[in-house]
Design a protein around this ligand. Structure first.
Ligand SMILES: Cc1cc2nc3c(=O)[nH]c(=O)nc-3n(C[C@H](O)[C@H](O)[C@H](O)COP(=O)(O)OP(=O)(O)OC[C@H]3O[C@@H](n4cnc5c(N)ncnc54)[C@H](O)[C@@H]3O)c2cc1C
Length: 490
């Protein structure tokens, strides 16, 4: 009872562990005694935090693994349960989405201004904001990073929230900074020939500040559209951004290289994506050498054009001798992007995602790896889809064990989402340190984070099956702790 109130999850009993594993552990665990032995022994190599929570006895007696969510602190579990209850129930989610989209509109009066109204700010902060975001300032962000690493993650992926979303249906841009909005009203922002653009400078500062919060082995994620209208204007016609932005990104890359922090350039609205891909490819040419990707481009598997884009980039990496940083996602802009550019069905998107993953892990995509030589590739799989990530990890493991060619791979889920998938992956960690699992979080002021929070909510609405699975897993873990609390107090 004291433990539960103090925020430490109760240690599960063996019968509970087995019951919980039947419900929520990965399919592989029920495969047979050989694999159960492998999972049991791997607990000795699990991160210190997992051992600390459950006691060294677990490893020493080779007891079965605890449920994946058992490492989550009580207060995080309760918050996740609340948010996932809202996300998985359309009756609750619809009004929440409506409220959030109202709040995210610029120029709200005091009552609806999340940065100025303290009650609204406090309410959002303790619920959605802390569930999905790292902090409003450096100190809060560092505390969240520590908390995530203490839970066993290899590292974090951190991003600065400012971004611009292009709504294809209305033709409007949302999420511009105040300086940008003011400037836009006047026609155009500062003359680049005469002065530095305030938005690019603000983006540069925010990004450099983010890098300074990161440690060896972490990742920086960047949203290039956060730098404002001069940049988005260039991207929208497939051009490179102004020199000031190229210099800013060069500075960010050099700083990251020195700190051993890698960079994931986010894929954004399709309207800007050709420019983003072009700029990032140039950065890869410059910084990705000797089998190491400092910079990754993000490829959205839901786009019909992605296989062609990837083929072109593989060709460039192969002929020019740089390492392709391949971060693969399904794609998050289905609500605002032109629908015809996106695969017709979820199944098509799943097939695209899984075939690129398998191809990269087998070093065989299209002609590359068969008629043409395979270029150097580092793969990063960002997904909450259990089947995709578990299958990728198994394939990578099998190929490594058999001495077959493969590529280095990392895995990530978003902070506040799919913890059960993240912790299940972490439990599979072997002596070689794989799978390397990261949590991706966002930091920034409440107002700056609203576009991001809104997208997370929409994503949850559209993934009904996953959100209700998540809710059931969290509910199961909550029930286990409550049962543990009563048996402990007897
Ligand atoms: C660490 C991390 C980083 C990310 N970075 C980016 C990024 O830079 N850019 C970006 O765009 N997204 C990014 N995402 C979000 C990602 O693109 C997905 O929206 C999200 O992860 C859900 O997809 P999933 O793979 O987790 O699996 P699932 O929940 O199985 O798949 C849901 C996805 O399937 C696709 N889909 C759903 N319905 C349909 C349909 N009818 N037809 C076609 N496709 C459909 C959509 O892409 C939807 O998001 C990131 C996600 C993570 C975890």
């Amino acid at each position: 009872m004291t433990l539960w109130l103090a925020g430490k999850p109760p240690v599960p009993r063996a019968s509970e562990i087995l019951a919980a594993r039947c419900v929520i552990l990965p399919k592989q665990i029920s495969k047979g005694p050989k694999q159960q032995r492998r999972f049991a022994s791997s607990s000795q190599r699990r991160p210190a935090s997992v051992l600390q929570v459950h006691g060294e006895a677990t490893a020493a007696t080779q007891a079965p693994l605890p449920p994946p969510l058992s490492v989550v602190p009580n207060w995080v579990l309760l918050r996740s349960l609340l948010v996932s209850a809202i996300s998985s129930k359309p009756l609750l989610l619809r009004p929440s989405l409506w409220a959030m989209s109202i709040l995210s509109k610029p120029n709200r009066g005091f009552l609806l201004n999340v940065d100025r109204n303290p009650i609204l700010h406090g309410l959002l902060k303790k619920t959605f904001y802390e569930q999905f975001c790292a902090g409003e300032n450096g100190a809060e962000t560092k505390a969240t990073i520590k908390q995530l690493k203490d839970m066993g993650f290899r590292g974090v992926i951190m991003t600065y929230a400012k971004e611009t979303v292009f709504d294809h249906s209305t033709g409007s841009e949302q999420g511009l900074g105040v300086a940008a909005l003011e400037a836009q009203k006047k026609g155009e922002i500062l003359d680049p020939a005469l002065a530095r653009c305030a938005n690019i400078e603000a983006w540069r500062k925010g990004t450099i500040e983010t890098v300074e919060q990161l440690e060896d082995g972490d990742y920086l994620a960047v949203k290039l559209t956060g730098a404002g209208p001069q940049v988005t204007k260039a991207f929208s016609v497939g051009d490179l951004p102004p020199q000031q932005m190229l210099d800013a990104m060069d500075e960010v890359c050099t700083k990251c290289e020195k700190r051993n922090v890698r960079i994931l350039v986010d894929a954004e609205s399709q309207h800007f994506q050709w420019g983003i891909l072009r700029m990032t490819l140039d950065l890869m040419r410059k910084f990705n050498r000797n089998g190491y990707a400092l910079v990754y481009n993000t490829y959205q598997a839901y786009l019909k054009s992605t296989s062609d884009t990837l083929a072109k980039h593989l060709a460039a990496a192969q002929t020019e001798g740089f390492t392709l940083g391949l971060k693969l996602v399904r794609g998050a802009y289905i609500a605002s992007d032109q629908r015809s550019l996106i695969h017709d069905t979820k199944e098509d998107t799943d097939n695209a995602y899984n075939s690129i993953t398998t191809g990269a892990l087998k070093q065989n995509i299209g002609e590359f790896g068969s008629s043409k030589a395979w270029p150097s590739v580092n793969l990063f799989l960002a997904s909450h889809n259990r089947e995709s990530v578990m299958a990728a990890h198994q394939l990578h493991k099998q190929r490594t064990a058999a001495g077959l060619p493969t590529v280095p791979v990392g895995f990530a889920q978003l902070h506040g989402m799919s913890d059960e998938v993240s912790f299940s992956l972490l439990q599979l960690k072997g002596s070689d340190g794989s799978p390397e699992v990261y949590k991706c979080s966002t930091w920034g002021g409440m107002g700056e984070c609203l576009a991001y929070l809104l997208r997370r909510a929409i994503e949850n609405r559209d993934a009904v099956l996953r959100t209700s699975d998540e809710y059931n897993a969290l509910k199961g873990e909550f029930g286990r702790r409550v049962r543990g609390m009563f048996s402990f107090s007897k």
